[in-house]
Design a protein around this ligand. Structure first.
Ligand SMILES: Cc1cc2nc3c(=O)[nH]c(=O)nc-3n(C[C@H](O)[C@H](O)[C@H](O)COP(=O)(O)OP(=O)(O)OC[C@H]3O[C@@H](n4cnc5c(N)ncnc54)[C@H](O)[C@@H]3O)c2cc1C
Length: 256
């Protein structure tokens, strides 16, 4: 429940709001998660006046503002097709207009296709904190400790590598439903391969980050060998994870 609303004019003002001990104050992106999921009383600081909506290519890096909406990421040619597929899969048209990239990563659970693709791409989050300090943290290091990491900090930008092959494959009860099992694979020109599974648990899980793809299918099968819940058995998830990773690798190879 939102008890106080602020719309700061500067990043300094925003940081001083989110650094307050009381009332607990968090950043408001699109507000989807805050409005629907957070039940305790909180104050919010809206990003609206602060920009953070640019999508830029800088050398081999793609820099995305924290407040870019998921819908805005569907247009530019710069955005990998697999990421666009994950965005369309995760959120409906109306929700994509509102949901921000940073909000979607902070709120990512195990069934988050967008979180999974960003994790496969080894995304880097840029945080602003007091005294104009900047901190860079990999998404994989942030997700397990996200609540602690956000105290007194604001995500301003997210970076991903631009020249990487990437694929997202999933199975769900229906094409529009969230994944029961999903796989996101990124492969660098050097051969470096990162494999992420989606569909189970608190967050997407990285199962391989190696110099090549050897062992990727087996690593995926192993990682979901206990992934049992009301949606699917562990045996089904494990087999399917292996098949999806294989499909991802084939798609990346086909697209050169
Ligand atoms: C009913 C429902 C079901 C959902 N199911 C799923 C699901 O299955 N899988 C999944 O992954 N997600 C799910 N979500 C989350 C959904 O993807 C997010 O609600 C949405 O994409 C978040 O975007 P937002 O900009 O609206 O975030 P907000 O609601 O504005 O913020 C979400 C969180 O991120 C923080 N935050 C936002 N921007 C910043 C920033 N720049 N710096 C620091 N912190 C920031 C906020 O403080 C808040 O804690 C679900 C949400 C709802 C309401």
């Amino acid at each position: 429940m939102i008890t106080e609303y602020h719309r700061p004019d500067s990043i300094e003002e925003l940081l001083s709001l989110v650094s307050r001990k009381s009332p607990r104050t968090i950043v408001l992106g699109g507000g989807l998660y805050i409005n629907e999921i957070i039940k305790e009383p909180i104050a919010v600081a809206d990003l609206q006046k602060l920009g953070m909506t640019a999508i830029m290519s800088k050398g081999n890096i793609l820099q995305l503002g924290a407040a870019v909406t998921l819908q805005a990421m569907l247009d530019p040619d710069l955005i990998p097709a697999a990421l666009k597929k994950a965005i369309k899969h995760q959120e409906t048209y109306n929700r994509r207009q509102v949901a921000t990239l940073a909000g979607s990563l902070v709120a990512a659970n195990g069934r988050s296709a967008v979180g999974g693709v960003f994790l496969a791409l080894d995304a880097e989050l840029v945080f602003s904190k007091a005294k104009a300090k900047i901190e860079k943290v990999r998404l994989g290091d942030f997700l397990p400790v996200r609540e602690d990491k956000l105290a007194g900090r604001v995500i301003t930008e997210i970076s991903i590598p631009a020249i990487v092959g990437v694929s997202y494959q999933y199975v769900a009860r229906s094409p529009a439903d969230l994944p029961i099992v999903g796989a996101a694979v990124a492969q660098w020109p050097s051969g470096r391969t990162r494999v992420v599974l989606i569909g189970y648990g608190d967050q997407p899980v990285m199962v391989l980050d190696g110099p090549e793809a050897d062992g990727a299918v087996e690593a995926a099968k192993d990682a979901y060998s206990d992934a049992d819940d009301q949606w699917a058995s562990a045996a089904y998830r494990s087999d399917t994870a292996g098949i999806l990773v294989k499909r991802c690798l084939e798609e990346i190879a086909e697209n050169g």
